[in-house]
Design a protein around this ligand. Sequence first.
Ligand code: GMT
Length: 373
Amino acid sequence: MKIGIVLYPTFGGSGVVGTELGKALAAKGHEIHFITYSQPVRLGSFRENIFYHEVSVSDYPLFEYQPYETVLTSKMVDVVKYEKLDVLHVHYAIPHASAAYMARQILRSQGIEIPFVTTLHGTDITLVGKDPSFEPVITFCINESNAVTAVSESLKRDTYSHFNTTREISVIPNFIVPSHEPSTGCSNLRRRYAKDDERILCHISNFRKVKRVEDVLQIFSIVRKRMPSKLILAGDGPERNNLERLARELNIWEDVIFLGKVRDTAHVLEIADVFLLPSETESFGLAALEAMAVGVPVISSNTGGIPEVNIDGETGFLSNVGAVEEMAVNALKILENDELHQTFRKNALKRSHEFALDKILPMYEAIYSALVK
Ligand code: GMT
C-alpha cells in the first residue's frame, strides 16, 4: 500500500509513534510518505520505501499567524494525487484531522477518493481538543474520519465523554521497536554519571506542566536522603528553567543531571534503576513503556492510560497524582531490595513484550486494508 503519514516531527510521543510506525510499515514493503514541516527526529538515515515531503509556509507580512493547516492541506492534496496514495494516516487530531478532511473534499471534487485514519494520542483530546476553541472542529473531524484509533482504552473513554460522538474508535496501543543500535556498554556509561554505590533514577519528557516534573525532583529529594543516588532528566521544554531553580532550592542540584533532548533514549534508560512518571494526565505513557522495554521498573501516577501499561506491584508502582511521599517510598522499596529490584526488572521487560511491534503493526494494517478495499 502507499500510505501518507502526517505527524508532528518532534520528540513528542505522537511523532515518535507515527515515525516508528512508518519505518516499520516501510520495512514490510509498504511505500510511506511522511508529510510534515521538518524531518521527523526518529526518521534516521535513508531507508528504502520512505519519502519525506516538507510543508513549508512562506512568510507574508499580512499573516500574524502562518496558515500552516492550509499549506499542509495543499501538500496532502498534491502528494495523494501525484504519488497515488491509497490512504492517509494522521497522528494527533489538531490540525491534522481537519486538514485531512479538507484534502479529502478537494480531491473528491477532482474525482479522487482518499480515506483518512485519525489516531488520537492524548492531549489532542484531554487538554487541548476539549477546549471550546477546538471542540467543534475536533468533534466534526472525529465523525468524518474514515477510521479513528486511540492509543488506550482510557483515551477512548475520554473521547466519548468530552465529544459528542458515537463513532467506532479502535484501541491500538503504542508499541516498542526492537533496537538495532548496539548497546553503549552500559556499565561504562553508567560510571560517567554515578558511582558504583549510587542508584540512578530517570525521567524523560517534554517538560510541560502536565508531566509534573517538579514532583520528580521532590521524589528524588526524598530518595536521596535515604540512599546515595543521581537523577537523570532527559528532554527539554517550558518548565526547564523552573526545574533548574527548584533543584537548587531543594539543594539537590549537584546530583541532578539535565541531559537536554536526547534522540536515542534507550541508551539513557539502560543505565537507570527506576523510571519516574508522575504525570497529571497521560493517555498512554510511551516513555514508561520504553523504560520497561529495557527492564526498568516504573514509579508513576495512576492517571489515564498508565495503568494499562504499568502494573501496580508487578512492573512498578502506581499512586495518585501528587502523592510524592508515597512515590518516593515505592521507589525505595524497589531500590533498597536487590532481589525485588531484579523481579520488577524481569516483570517490566516481560510486560513490554505485550506491546511488541509485531503484535501492533497488523492492527494498523487491518484498518488500512479495510478502507482501501
Ligand atoms: O504531551 C505529550 O506528552 C506529547 C504527546 C504527543 O502527542 O506527542 O503525547 C501523547 O501521546 C503519546 C503517544 O501516543 C502518549 O504516550 C502520551 O501519553 C500522550 N501524552 C499525554 O496524554 C499527556
